[in-house]
Ligand binder design. Sequence first.
Ligand code: ATP
Length: 290
Amino acid sequence: MTRGDEPLRVPASKRPLLVVADVAATYESAIIALSDVTMTVREGEMVALLGANGSGKTTTLRAISRLLSAERGQVTRGSIAFDGASTLRLGPADVVALGVAQVLEGRRCFPSLTVEENLVVGAVGGGARRRLVADGLQRVYNYFPRLAEKRRVAAGLCSGGEQQMTAIGRALMANPRCLLLDEPTIGLAPLVARELFAFLRVLNREEGVTVLVAEQNATLALRYADRAYVLEHGTVVLEGPAAELRLRDDIKHFYLGLGDSTASNASRSAFDRAARQRGRTDSSREYRAG
Ligand code: ATP
């Protein structure tokens, strides 16, 4: 890219780290889950991926972390690169080794293992040595002192918030440069959900971990993220700085469920018209208020 004749200097901290371009994906070679996903996450950013149920958030994350084939899915078009290297021929463990760790939807702790055993699984997956495991545990316990208290307790006996901390801690044991999270606040009380996003922000700002978080609670996500992409029917339909999206009426009414219903309907119709022009429409979908 150039500005006039000068090359545009991209600061190291702002260079693209994760680049998803023109991606389409299917399940069982039949169900079209993604038809056009293009997004860039720059190093050091916290980016939110928003959209209703079934819009393709999970599939996008699975495509990035190479977990689609476990669900009989595949990327059928486009490219995905992390730090300049294509990930499309890699296995899930290779992607973790590159520096991308995913916190799956639904917390996915091993309920009968202790909190600490759950954490160690993350390090073992990363092929870590004993010293690194100990350092990793210390780091996670510094982030989440509550987990240190519960280290010997079976994860299944912990609260939803503690299980989510354990799931995030497990991903952090791989010492990732980029953390992907799939709807981490599902089932959490509002206060716990806010604390979780505040934690992600600290991790992002103070530790420099790049964060891509899929979230249905758009209000919350837009409060903490730098930028956001909005998915509908497997297509990115909107993107922009979170501060701007928070202020935009169509986003507010259509995705956040704010404002009066007349304004909401008008905004929704405008949005549907725009979608129809692009050949996509569905006014029957429900968007959850944040
Ligand atoms: P949710 O919030 O419900 O998780 P999402 O935005 O993450 O929704 P996806 O789970 O990626 O959306 O779903 C995108 C599309 O792919 C949907 O039509 C969904 O039914 C379909 N889909 C998702 N997972 C599978 C699967 N394992 N097998 C078949 N179809 C799937």
